[in-house]
Design a protein around this ligand. Sequence first.
Ligand code: NAD
Length: 366
Amino acid sequence: MIFETISTSGHEEVVFCHNKDAGLKAIIAIHNTVLGPALGGTRMWNYANEAEALNDVLRLSRGMTYKAAVSGLNLGGGKAVIWGDPNKDKSEALFRAFGRFVNSLGGRYITAEDVGIDVNDMEYVFRETEYVTGVHQVHGGSGDPSPFTAYGTLQGLMAALNVKFGNEDVGKYSYAVQGVGHVGMEFVKLLRERGAKVFVTDINQEAVRRAVEEFGCEAVGLDEIYDVDVDVYSPTALGGTLNETTIDRIKAKVICGAANNQLATDQIGDELERRGVLYAPDYAVNAGGLMNVSLEIDGYNRERAMRMMRTIYYNLMRIFEISKRDGIPTYKAADRMAEERINTIGKLKLPHMGNHAPRFLGRRAN
Ligand code: NAD
């Protein structure tokens, strides 16, 4: 059953990690390493059962392959899940035991933070392995990726505006931003700095207040965000907000935001295309965080990271071109671009280079 699942999803390796004394139950899934080591975060979640944990790690690791490939990174896709309650089950031993499993893969998998894991947990992982990114700045790491994700989203937005409206003047347009958390708040700041009209909503009223008072946004209700008459809808909170009930309400001609898994189903992506709404594929738009941590591999540099965000603009342009070239919706074009890159680069034979483990420079655990 497991082999059948893995072979259909195309995974290279799935590692079950167990340490009784540390209470560790984890799964590391390496989906594809054709372009480079598999980089992807570790999620800690209280799954209902093993099958749920396995499905989650398989789905998420495959997503990382596509995100890295479409972003032009020399990275493959992987992800890990720790089965446990992040509020109760964390300990030094748990994360160090996990770090040893990561280390045993010799750099084929590089981890980072994801839901349920923070930078302090990663400190313990970092004591056991160097194959970890998103470590604290005091160790030469890259710190919080959110400002980079927001800036990358702005680059993707400019590409979308160019294709849809023929100019990239961000300030000329109006926006409905759903979610002003770590990424969303930075994003609305960038929009307002450019003079744009911005509507925001969030379940966190304090965040809404800040967006209004500090950045001059206009607040709307949680459900109202779909009805505001704007040029761009930006999902920056949750996944699945583009669905059968919302797309009839959204008037925006461009959809571009940082949330993961925005399309509830592929059919919604087809329908947006049919209606002439330009959807900027989420995993290409929100790759700024991944780009940022990837720079830890050969020595983190903030200026280089900011410059790298600009490539998101060109990646989006290429996706829109493929969509036009092949007459397919943009979400499919993003997948095709990723697959084409894996295929062509995978066929390059560079026998003198071989496969070597990544070297991390400029960081130390203690
Ligand atoms: P966050 O938790 O800081 O912010 C999410 C915000 O959305 C919170 O303020 C929350 O209150 C709000 N929210 C939740 N449910 C809502 C609802 N129903 N309506 C309106 N607001 C709601 O998370 P974040 O780091 O800002 O990430 C935002 C999205 O971007 C997520 O989907 C995340 O997966 C994705 N993303 C983030 C990064 C990053 O660098 N942080 C990178 C890639 C993708």
